[in-house]
Design a protein around this ligand. Structure first.
Ligand SMILES: Nc1ncnc2c1ncn2[C@@H]1O[C@H](COP(=O)(O)OP(=O)(O)O)[C@@H](O)[C@H]1O
Ligand SMILES: [Mg+2]
Length: 261
């Protein structure tokens, strides 16, 4: 069953003194309930635009977006959006615990104390037990991204929409976060839509990879990875199927810029 559907979605941005820029051209995509789907494409092709439209943060110029069968007119309650710039999305004057509590403290009937308890549970699930009293800027980039994840999960979303969440951390930290991501996805039965320009990341984590064309973006193709579950995000990189997919997708990105064959 589809939990998120985009149907013939178009987006154009006004351009000063010229015709509008068409960023997305009749893009259709159906995300299955519970899957891990990556959206892969070259820089500037429209990945962030696509995700923001799916998250109800930006209205499409044309086309339909549905979450759980309902038309999206604003941020749907089922989905949480994780920004690329996690450093900027955390509140520097709030402790790590209070940053996570922020996601739930405004709920009716929620006390400050209960929100903090809920935050500690989420912090434990991302491996940050004992860091609740720290401030975000006292933590490494990878740890800050874990805080951002904990805050997203505190809202108990069904769908996690993530915009290049691991692009700003070093390679080793990124692998660590990949493992954490798969663990959280498996345990919580989440649907994840991950935007990335990193072919290996897309293949290692996903059930399906949707390859975008250059701007104006549309879906060039959707590849079913067929890689096993449960899966170790590091060990899977040594399998023949991983290497085959990496080759195929890199080739598509490099030689055709993502355009359909
Ligand atoms: N708010 C905006 N106003 C005008 N143009 C925009 C805006 N947002 C994105 N664009 C343009 O749309 C295209 C896609 O951008 P974006 O979705 O950010 O790409 P990506 O995330 O794949 O790098 C780019 O050409 C970008 O310049
Ligand atoms: Mg982007």
């Amino acid at each position: 069953m589809a939990i998120l559907e985009l149907e013939a979605v178009e987006k154009s941005f006004p351009a000063r003194g010229g015709p509008p820029t068409l960023a997305m051209d009749r893009l259709s995509l159906s995300v299955r309930d519970g899957e891990f789907l990556s959206i892969l494409g070259p820089s500037g092709c429209g990945k962030s635009t696509l995700l923001q439209i799916a998250a109800g943060l930006m209205a499409p110029s044309a086309g339909q977006v549905r979450v759980a069968g309902r038309p999206v007119t604003g941020p749907p309650p089922e989905a949480v959006y994780v920004f690329q710039q996690y450093g900027r999305s955390l509140l520097p004057w709030r402790s790590v615990r209070d940053n996570v509590a922020f996601a739930v403290e405004h709920r009716p009937g929620m006390s400050r104390g209960r929100a903090r308890e809920a935050a500690d549970v989420q912090l434990a699930s991302v491996g940050l037990t004992g860091f609740g009293d720290h401030f975000p800027w006292q933590l490494s980039g990878g740890m800050q991204q874990r805080v951002a994840l904990a805050r997203a999960l505190a809202a108990e979303p069904k769908i996690l929409l993530m915009d290049e969440p691991f692009s700003a951390v070093d390679a080793l930290t990124r692998l660590d976060l990949h493992r954490l991501m798969l663990e959280l996805w498996e345990k919580r039965g989440l649907t994840v839509v991950l935007v990335t320009h990193d072919v290996e990341e897309a293949v290692a984590l996903s059930d399906r990879v949707a390859l975008l064309t250059k701007r104006p973006s549309t879906i060039a193709r959707v590849v079913e990875t067929g890689l096993p579950r449960p899966r170790d995000a590091v060990e899977v990189r040594e399998t023949a199927r991983f290497l085959e997919l990496r080759h195929e997708l890199l080739d598509a990105l490099l030689t055709r810029g993502g355009h359909a064959a």
